[in-house]
Design a protein around this ligand. Sequence first.
Ligand SMILES: [Zn+2]
Length: 160
Amino acid sequence: MALIERYQKTNEVGFWEGKIPMNYVYTCGRAGEKFFREIINGKIFGTKCAQCNITYVPPRIYCEKCFERLEDKYIDVGTKGKVHTFTQCYETFDGNKKETSSIVAMVKIDGTEGGFVHWIGEVDFKDVHIGMPVQAVFKPAKSREGNILDIKYFVPSGSE
Ligand SMILES: [Zn+2]
């Protein structure tokens, strides 16, 4: 086949196997730093654009709609949210089988745009549903490190 012809059968496409070793440092930026410094205190912070009436969680330094600078517009958004979507996991991140399954959900913090993926705990999978009110459970203060895992998981808050 000449190089200018298109493949008609995708199983004819060649490939090679290999590995690309990669080490990186991902900086979280000023808004991310504020977010993680407040997580240590057991709080979830966002930024609010008063013009658009949008609160971003995790916080953003600029409003995505009007480009207003939000760096000094941090607000405590509380620790309650709702399950936006969820699934059950039977493997760890590195592909090993777990002894017990876990529930992973996209949680939207109440009154905000966005949210984050985290575990749901202290509930059976069959009892979880989209829109279920949940509340963050933080690790004990002494063992917090300023990362998203300072939130142990979210639990049903019981107030729909
Ligand atoms: Zn805005």
